[in-house]
Write a protein that binds this ligand. Sequence first.
Ligand SMILES: [Zn+2]
Length: 497
Amino acid sequence: MYDLIIKNGKIIDGTGSPYYRADIAVKDGKIAEIGKNLGEARETINATGLTVTPGFIDSHSHADSALLSHPELIEKVEQGITTSIAGQCGSSAAPTSDVTAGEFLESLRDQSFGANTVLLIGHGTLRRLAVGVENRAPAASEMQQMKELLRDGLEHGAAGLSFGLYYAPGCYAETAELIELAKVVAEYHGIIAAHIRNESNFLIQAVQEFITVVRETGVRGVLSHHKASAKENWGKVCHTLRMIDEANESGLEVYCDVYPYCASNTSLSATLIPTAYRAQDDDGIVAMLSDKTMRQTIYRETCAIRGDDLSHIMISSCSALPHLQGKRISEIAEAEGKSHYDTAFDIICDSHVSCDVCTFSMCEEDVETVLAYPRAMICTDSGVARHLTSYHPRLRGTFPRVLGRYVRERGVTSLPEMIRKMTSMPAAVYGLTSKGLLAVGFDADICIFDADTIIDHAEYGDCTRRAEGLNYVLVGGQVVAENAVYTGARPGRMLLK
Ligand SMILES: [Zn+2]
């Protein structure tokens, strides 16, 4: 007798092939049989009129920081994510000064979660431990220390290394440092992912640098949350996607991921303070912005690039100043009778450098171009359990939004092709050999949804709204979400390579 049979669904198996109708039998967490008249099961899900796909894989997530405090991973499972690739943008929950990455991963080995998680080791995290937040090259001994910390993580099951070359201290690394560390990853047949150095005026150079690291090491690479920021750069993604194609045609393996929104989300300080001034702790940043001359210097440099108008920046989450959440810098400036920059700099100081913003800097056409690109995977670029009503809506809306808005309404690509980009493609890229396909022997990570109605409802200013049209999400054959409401089940695991 089977544990579960999903009856009469339209099966989109994750390969990119069109749907077919069949039943799926699950036993011991695996897909046991696919066909008709499969016999008896303890439970049945009637999927008549619904689409059945592999569970979605969030190619770029920050869930690692909350794995211990919020193991339910509610914001993942309630949008259909059954596995997420965490430790991104150069920042991972381990190693820390107290615990090695190996110890961290070992401690999670027997823990259970709402969904599965893969961990990358953050280069910024390594550099912070070995070098501090200093704008300089590492000494030979510090380079050695970074390599050992990385090796320890890879030995214990981390899938690779992530770079955050826009953030301090990752931004202080030269290309040679990236190559040296990526060579360690290559020894373990791991992957590198990068929030590249620049996503606006120097986007093309930044993509080139990443492809150089891939070329020099032979390691597989993913360009994170690919985009072109600021109006003068819109359209450049056509060029960068061609660069990715050419890299692959020359024998390299380069991919990208993307989230389906025109606004990014990061800290206000990283948004407005040039990297040269970020080589210090939060107290240092507050002191610097409190100094009239320094504030003026930073204003002049940033304004030369961004201009005087910050009305495209919205406070997304700021626990110290919650009344500002959901407001644009321009609104706050007008109410307070200050300039946009003084308003923003004062918020950085008053929140003690703990304020995130949504920046509306991308165009819809570029977002659609990248979403449709065959080597682009889908990602939330979000953590979990933010305890915030106000955050970027990608926290909860990403996957239903891609299927509803971009596949059904806008037709950027076919449903089977988009499902492939959400399932078998990231499974192959990240080496998840038992995931990403509806096929016998594969893990029973499964989504069941209504392709005619699935849609996101999370908004800027209210990211708590759940998706609609997502009937069931299963991890290892257990239902973790029903009608986008978490069930309390924790069949997910830390996936160790
Ligand atoms: Zn990033």
